[in-house]
Ligand binder design. Structure first.
Ligand code: AMZ
Length: 313
């Protein structure tokens, strides 16, 4: 399983870094007036990707924080993915020419899926689709409008098109620190072969650790906004969990026992016969009996049921 990516998020409103609650512009909290400095700070904290949203652009239907995005691109060496107001091939091309690693297409993926498929052909590996759902239905235009499409129904339109990733946001959790909606995110990831990035509600290291569970194997990573800005998540600890390393400081209660990987909700597939050369790899090869990190409540742990497996092999 490739290492999971934790994407720190910069949401731009009037050129500043903000966080909204449930996508409502009226709830904006300003976290940094200098988005480029914030991008650099995330890079120095060890993050290797950056997720940027032009909020004004998502509502307006065209880029509105272009200067801030360009300043971010100059300030960080990390690959940057940008969503919000990108609706035409010309805009996609222009943004990629400025050095974005990926553009995220939301509204246009609902309104004109053929354009997304064409963009994938023209810019292979550089097109992500943003699926933002409320009550199971996809929302568009800054989440101000609901569509009649279900998230999985929309995702399936892009099977085989070459979409690099789907960023799936549960709108009802965005910015309110209630935890990722694992059930619907994993259901989406299981329904398509496109890697899915979880977004909306990431609240604690327990959510970060949950990414490493086997039923989340098809998730590419998760986006973190408010939890990082509020200091609920220590970047070094989060990145250590995803890298399968212990945190440098003894911050976790450590228990030697078998990994909870094998006691997840899903039944464990039968083991293939031993010693059979050429047989299928054992399920979850690379995970073995492992130490588990049990996150104490002060780190956002929710008790012994949620613990982070370490990859020791
Ligand atoms: O918070 C919001 N109201 C919001 C938001 N974060 N509205 C849209 N967006 C993001 C989506 C996606 O990344 O999560 O904007 C992008 C989609 O924009 P567009 O313009 O393609 O629909």
């Amino acid at each position: 399983m490739p290492p999971k990516i934790l994407f720190p998020a910069i949401d731009l409103k009037n050129g500043q870094c903000v966080r909204l609650k449930l996508g409502d512009m009226a709830t904006a909290t300003i976290y940094n007036e200098n988005p480029a400095a914030q991008a650099k700070a995330f890079e120095l904290q060890g993050f290797r990707w950056l997720h940027v949203v032009d909020l004004d652009g998502a509502f307006a239907g065209e880029s509105r924080n272009g200067a801030a995005v360009e300043a971010i691109l100059k300030a960080t060496k990390n690959p940057v993915q940008l969503g919000g107001g990108i609706r035409t091939l010309a805009q996609i091309e222009a943004w990629l020419a400025k050095g974005l690693a990926r553009v995220i297409l939301g509204t246009v993926a609902v309104r004109d899926p053929a354009l997304v498929r064409q963009a994938c052909r023209l810019f292979p590996g550089k097109i992500a689709v943003g699926i933002d759902a409320k009550g199971g239905k996809v929302a568009v235009e800054g989440w101000a409008e609901a569509s009649t499409l279900g998230a999985i129904e929309l995702a399936k339109k892009f099977e085989g098109a070459g979409v690099a990733a789907i960023v799936y946001t549960d709108i009802d959790r965005d910015g309110v620190l209630t935890g990722i909606n694992w059930e619907s995110t994993i259901a989406l990831a299981d329904a398509v072969s496109i890697p899915v990035i979880a977004s909306g509600g990431l609240a604690s290291l327990a959510d970060v650790a949950r990414l490493t569970f086997p039923d989340a194997a098809k998730l590419a990573g998760a986006i973190s906004g408010r939890a990082l800005y509020d200091g609920r998540i220590d970047p070094a600890e989060a990145l250590a969990i995803l890298a399968g390393r212990m945190a440098e400081k003894p911050l976790f209660e450590e228990k030697r026992r078998f990994s909870p990987l094998f006691s997840s909700r899903r039944p464990r597939p039968p083991r293939p016969p031993r010693g059979g050369a050429g047989g299928p790899a054992p399920p979850f090869a690379g995970f073995g009996p492992a130490f588990c990190l049990v996150l104490p409540p002060r780190l956002g742990g929710r008790g012994p049921g949620l613990s982070a497996p370490l990859l020791l092999s």
